[in-house]
Design a protein around this ligand. Sequence first.
Ligand SMILES: [Zn+2]
Length: 121
Amino acid sequence: MTQTALKPLPCPFCGAEKVSVKEGTTYRWAYATCDECGAQSGEVRRLYPQSAKDPEVIADAIAEWNKRATPPPIKAGDISITMRVDDNGEPVFNFDGADDATLAPIVAAFSVAMNALMEDK
Ligand SMILES: [Zn+2]
């Protein structure tokens, strides 16, 4: 059997890298959860009699987890921007790589652009 290289991304809330797949709310479902803080992915459907330990179910749950986990930072010169999703499902951006005076106008311009995007929806 070939091993699928589907690795869970670090937890978007605490950064932990250990993620487990557990039984969902009923026998039809499974989900991925952070071993550190308990954050969870959405539930994925599994076919009876697959258990949450079935490689196919694990792959589905990890894929679901990775949709939500922190993507790699976006680099623009020395500045790196990371995005995570907060407890309310809202995106939170973090800017790094320069002092506050340099970052302030960039963050301000970014906020204006993001707000304009959100209003378009
Ligand atoms: Zn976590």
